[in-house]
Ligand binder design. Structure first.
Ligand code: COA
Length: 194
């Protein structure tokens, strides 16, 4: 990235391999629209119906109205590769859920998700003062399960044969991470941060 562009860059959270910034409907919509309609991507997430660009734009508006926190994931070089967010924030219980989608498939399994999740958890725990973050993973999504466990999540339960994907039923694995269990991981992780 040119120095001039670097100066103009929006950076909300900064990691080792990625930065997270607010979603910008104008520039991000085309990619999100492509990713969510890609069966190799959407088999891992909630969406399975065809999404129009208009519906996707409404989703972006709705999450911000709901006060969900959705951030775009960009590589350090400035490539927009996915989104990650905090949803269902409960201020009384100090809990939230996370959702993630790296839509650029050539970027899977290269540590971008782990980096994004660690800096998002730092924001959740040390800025928003949340205490527990939950997530759930379809049992065939070994990559998502692995990166969640790396970030300190623990398996809290299994919903047997809960999800129907590509013609068969799969378990849904329920995960949760408490701040106190994530903190030792963060102490190590943050050593390498810029
Ligand atoms: C899930 C997702 C966010 C993870 O991000 P990522 O950048 O691909 O993950 P990372 O590279 O940081 O970590 C993945 C880990 O899983 C491991 N992994 C990959 N494939 C695996 C497999 N088949 N079995 C076991 N582990 C596997 C990797 O080795 C890596 O661990 P390591 O760093 O210790 O080697 C991303 O892959 C994605 O968005 N996938 C599509 C949508 C999706 O699944 N969303 C989440 C829904 S719950």
């Amino acid at each position: 990235m040119e120095k001039n562009e670097e100066n103009k860059r929006v950076i909300f959270l900064s990691g080792k391999k990625v930065v997270l910034r607010p979603v910008c409907k104008e520039t991000d919509l085309d990619s999100i629209y492509r990713w969510i309609n890609d069966p190799e991507v959407n088999r891992y997430v909630e969406g399975y119906l065809p999404m129009t660009k208009e519906a996707e734009a409404e989703w972006i508006d709705r999450v911000s109205k709901n006060k969900d926190i959705v951030l775009a994931i960009e590589t350090l070089e400035g490539r927009h590769i996915g989104s990650m967010g905090l949803h269902k924030i409960k201020w009384k219980d100090r809990t939230a859920t996370t959702g993630a989608m790296i839509g650029e498939k050539d970027h899977w399994g290269k540590g971008y998700g782990t980096d994004a999740k660690m800096i998002l958890l730092n924001y959740a725990f040390n800025t928003l003062n949340l205490r527990k973050i939950s997530s759930s993973v379809f049992s065939f999504n070994k990559r998502s399960l692995a990166y969640s466990l790396k970030c300190g999540y623990k398996v809290e339960g299994v919903l047997n044969r809960q999800r129907f994907v590509n013609g068969r039923y799969y378990d849904e694995v329920l995960l949760g991470v408490f701040k106190k269990d994530w903190q030792p991981l963060w102490r190590e992780y943050k050593k390498g941060l810029r």
